[in-house]
Design a binder for this molecule. Structure first.
Ligand SMILES: *[C@@H]1O[C@H](CO)[C@@H](O)[C@H](O)[C@H]1NC(C)=O
Ligand SMILES: *[C@@H]1O[C@H](CO)[C@@H](O)[C@H](O)[C@H]1NC(C)=O
Length: 348
C-alpha cells in the first residue's frame, strides 16, 4: 500500500466508523451567549446561528508608535453543572502562525484560585504544514499539573467546518472531533479534585500567542494576513444551568446529568473506540503521561504502556515523528506534512 492510499484509507476508516451526526439541537447565539471582549471584532450572522471572531492589528501614535493586537471572544451566558459543549468551527486560513483559537470550558472568572477548565487550543499554522492542536484538563486550580496532549489534525481545519465537542459528565470527559472521540478521561478516586467539579461556562477566543504557539514562538503572527477569522456555527449547550455562587448547586441537575450520561455522545461505540485508537496511535505527538522530565511519577490516570514509552523521549515528545514523511493528496492538492523539528518546537 503506498502512502497515498494509506492516508485516504485512514480518512475513510475514521469517517465510516463514526458516521452519523450527534443528536444535538443548536442554540441561537443571542439565547446562549454574550460577548467576552473585542466587541467590534465579533461579527454575528443575521440568522443568529453563526458568529465570526476576528483578530486585527491597530497601529496608532501617542508619544511613540504602538501596535495593539485586538482579538475577540464570546462566552456562554450561563454556567453548566456538567454538559455537552459543541460547535462547528472553521479556523483562519492561509498563514496563521502565532494565532491561537481556543474553544474551552472554564469557571476562572469566578474561581480565580481554584478554577476548573477543559480546552481545545489550535496553535496556528504555517501554510502547507499539518495543523496542530492541544487538549488539556485542570481541576480546582491544578495549573501546576497540566495534562496536555498535542496532536496533528488529519484534515485542514481552515477549509471546512468540523464539529469540536467537549463532553463533561459526573464521571468522564470526552473530546470529540466530528464523531471521532480523540481523548477520554475517566474520573478516578486518585485524581481527586483535579477532575473538574464546579459549574463551567463555554468560551471561544482568538488571540495573538506569538510568543509560544507555533513552534515555540519561532513563527510569529504576521498581520499582513489579517484579519484572522475563526467562524463558529451550530453551537450546542446541553446541560444543567447552575449558579456556582448559590448555596445549593446540585438541585435539579440530577435529571440532566442522567440525560447526559445516556446521550449518544456519552457512549463510545466499539467502532468509535477503534477510530480513537487509530487516531491516537498516529496523531498524538506529545503526551504528559510520557513526560518523565515533568512527571517522574506519571499522574494516576496515566496507563503507561512500556512499548509506547519507547516511542517517546523523556520530555514526552515522540522520538521520531513519522508524520513528516507522509504526503497527503486531497482534491488534487498535495501538501507535505513536514516534521516540526523537535528543537524548534520546544513549547514549554
Ligand atoms: C480545592 O482548592 C482549594 C483551594 O486551594 C482547597 O482549599 C480545597 O481543599 C480543594 N478541594 C479539594 C476537594 O481538594
Ligand atoms: C452504546 O452503544 C452501543 C452500540 O451502538 C449499544 O449497543 C449500547 O446499548 C449503548 N449503550 C448505552 C448505555 O447507551
Amino acid at each position: 500500500m503506498d502512502k497515498f492510499s494509506y492516508s485516504v484509507s485512514f480518512f475513510l476508516v475514521l469517517h465510516v466508523l463514526c458516521a452519523g451526526a450527534f443528536d444535538v439541537s443548536p442554540i441561537p447565539f443571542r439565547k446562549g451567549f454574550t460577548n467576552l471582549f473585542g466587541e467590534s471584532n465579533i461579527v454575528r450572522a443575521a440568522d443568529d446561528r453563526s458568529v465570526q471572531l476576528h483578530l486585527n492589528q491597530f497601529t496608532g501614535t501617542f508619544d511613540f508608535i504602538y501596535n495593539l493586537y485586538a482579538g475577540s471572544g464570546f462566552k456562554s451566558s450561563d454556567l453548566y453543572n456538567h454538559g455537552f459543549f459543541s460547535a462547528k468551527i472553521k479556523l483562519p486560513s492561509d498563514y496563521t502562525a502565532g494565532i491561537v483559537v481556543a474553544f474551552y470550558t472554564t469557571n476562572g472568572d469566578i474561581f480565580r484560585k481554584n478554577h476548573d477548565e477543559l480546552d481545545f487550543e489550535f496553535l496556528g499554522n504555517i501554510r502547507g504544514k499539518a495543523w496542530r492542536f492541544q487538549t488539556n484538563m485542570y481541576g480546582n486550580g491544578s495549573t501546576d499539573r497540566g495534562r496536555e496532549e498535542r496532536y496533528y489534525l488529519w484534515f485542514d481545519p481552515s477549509k471546512e467546518f468540523h464539529r469540536y465537542s467537549i463532553l463533561w459528565t459526573t464521571n468522564k470527559i470526552i473530546f470529540y472531533i466530528d464523531n471521532v472521540p480523540i481523548r477520554e478521561m475517566i474520573r478516578s478516586e486518585a485524581m481527586g479534585a483535579d477532575f473538574p467539579s464546579k459549574p463551567m461556562g463555554l468560551y471561544a477566543t482568538i488571540w495573538d500567542g506569538s510568543d509560544w504557539a507555533t513552534s515555540g514562538g519561532k513563527y510569529r503572527a504576521n498581520y499582513k494576513y489579517a484579519p484572522f477569522v475563526a467562524e463558529f456555527t451550530d453551537l450546542v449547550l446541553h446541560g444543567c444551568t447552575s449558579d456556582p455562587l448559590e448555596e445549593v448547586i446540585d438541585t435539579g441537575c440530577d435529571e440532566k446529568d442522567s440525560q447526559l450520561a445516556t446521550a449518544d455522545y456519552a457512549n463510545i461505540t466499539r467502532k468509535q473506540r477503534l477510530a480513537m485508537k487509530r487516531f491516537r496511535s498516529k496523531y498524538v505527538y506529545y503526551s504528559y503521561c510520557y513526560d518523565t522530565v515533568r512527571y517522574p511519577v506519571p499522574p494516576p490516570e496515566c496507563e503507561v504502556d512500556p512499548a509506547e514509552m519507547r516511542r517517546y523521549k523523556g520530555n514526552g515528545r515522540l522520538k521520531f515523528d513519522k508524520f513528516h514523511r507522509r504526503t497527503y493528496r486531497r482534491r488534487g492538492e498535495t501538501f507535505k506534512a513536514k516534521r516540526y523539528d523537535q528543537n524548534e518546537d520546544d513549547e514549554d
